[in-house]
Ligand binder design. Structure first.
Ligand code: FAD
Length: 390
């Protein structure tokens, strides 16, 4: 799979992972075609919050990947590519009771041990740095040097910059070659057959049936709220606010569920428009509907952290479906059953942060170059599904 001149790379899926793969493969000299069943950013990448953040990542491979993910955004921003789209800011992780103080202290230690720049704020210092917090917020860890990016804006910028051919409304049926060979030279799609030297499977939830990983990749819906513009309130928040319960929600702890079995973790993101984005739930379904119960839950928690949010009008709610894996780690790497297929899916709530990094990784793998992080924890072959087995 060495990157010879004008090799054909076909990417399945135009979410942020597919778009970033297109950008970096084109830079590496490939002729790139993106095959998208609906429209670019029409799935999770167009319905996300957009935290480009290490703060919430579990210590270990995901935290290490996120550190490199944030660095990739910084580099792309410095190059001018993400001008106007990537907003650098801190994340403030807030504790409201003793249990949360403990969770936060342990998490801060893990972040610091990984080399992440943090600042710990006691009650008094915190309330002078972040305005309008409820008096019950006791302490915070500020994770510095992070950022925010709107998924669909990044997808659009990367696709345009890649110069790739994007086939909208084109569905890939199957990635198994008829003769069971180890190489996929032709992809069968609703628009006919497409030739490929390299295939990148970046189809989010659609990857499950193509890989035979239906039991491994799972939908996890999230509902989010958007408020009206409130520039002065917005200016008083120097970064996003994340309740410690977000960490607990990510760890799937039964005790953190609401009575209805709905998990959630609160994030309040001050957008560059002056609005606030408030999220999000974690629900085991692929239904993209929103409901008043979720809005009530998120608003109650948000107003408990920043009471003045209660003065704002809610403009809209929306939902997206994350693609989660059963072990909480994405699949990034070569598909073991094939010589020319690279898999990049299962990013759950981290794909906006990890998307551009993953594009770098995909291009490095396709070109036979060294990858920027250890891929062993993300090996697509670790579940041994039928089309994964070599
Ligand atoms: C509510 C919510 C909040 C989130 N917040 C954050 C956040 O703050 N920070 C963060 O880092 N991440 C966040 N995420 C996660 C992030 O949005 C996803 O991890 C990321 O968008 C996944 O990108 P993707 O390219 O892998 O998949 P997707 O965006 O799902 O794209 C996959 C594409 O593949 C196409 N496709 C599927 N099957 C086929 C097929 N057979 N043929 C052709 N095309 C196909 C689909 O139509 C789709 O467009 C959030 C997600 C949600 C839902």
């Amino acid at each position: 799979m060495a990157a010879t001149r004008r090799q054909k790379a076909v990417i399945i899926g135009a979410g942020i992972v597919g778009a970033a793969s297109a950008y970096f493969l084109a830079k590496a000299g490939f002729e790139v075609r993106v095959v998208e069943a609906a429209a670019p950013a029409s799935a999770a990448s167009g319905a996300a919050d957009g935290a480009v953040s290490v703060a919430s990542k579990r210590p270990g491979p995901l935290m290490e990947a996120a550190i490199e993910g944030v660095e990739t955004y910084r580099q792309l921003h410095a190059s001018g590519l993400l001008e106007g789209l990537f907003r650098q800011r801190s994340t403030f992780m807030l504790a409201q009771d003793e249990d949360e103080d403990e969770v936060l202290a342990a998490h801060a230690a893990a972040l610091a041990a990984s080399g992440v720049e943090i600042r710990q704020h006691g009650t008094k210092a915190l309330h002078s740095v972040v305005s309008n917090l409820a008096s019950g917020v006791r302490s915070a860890v500020e994770v510095r040097g992070e950022g925010h990016a709107i998924g669909y804006e990044i997808v659009n910028r990367l696709l345009v910059a890649s110069g790739a051919t994007v086939m909208r409304g084109c569905h890939v049926h199957d990635i198994n070659p008829a003769d069971r060979s180890r190489s996929i030279d032709l992809l069968h799609t609703t628009a006919g057959k497409i030739e490929a030297d390299v295939v990148v499977l970046a189809a989010g939830g659609g990857s499950a049936s193509l890989l035979g990983l239906e039991g491994v990749l799972r939908p996890r819906k999230g509902q989010l709220l958007v408020t009206e513009r409130a520039p002065s309130l917005n200016a008083g928040l120097p970064g996003s606010l994340m309740s410690c319960r977000y960490l607990m929600s990510k760890d799937s702890t039964e005790a953190r569920m609401t009575q209805t079995g709905r998990r959630f973790g609160l994030v309040i993101d001050p957008l560059r428009t002056g609005q606030f984005l408030i999220g999000g739930t974690r629900e085991e379904t692929d239904d993209r509907g929103t409901d008043a119960g979720a809005a009530r839950l998120l608003l109650r928690e948000a107003v408990a952290l920043v009471p003045r949010l209660g003065e704002l009008r809610l403009l809209r709610s929306f939902a997206g479906v994350r693609t989660a894996t059963v072990d909480g780690r994405p699949l990034i790497g070569r598909a073991p059953a094939f010589d020319n297929v690279i898999v990049a899916t299962g990013f759950e709530g981290d794909g906006i942060c990890l998307g551009p990094l993953t594009g770098r990784i995909v291009a490095a793998l396709a070109s036979g170059h060294a990858v920027p992080i250890d891929l062993a924890p993300f090996d697509p072959g670790r579940f041994g599904a039928r089309r994964q087995a070599a």
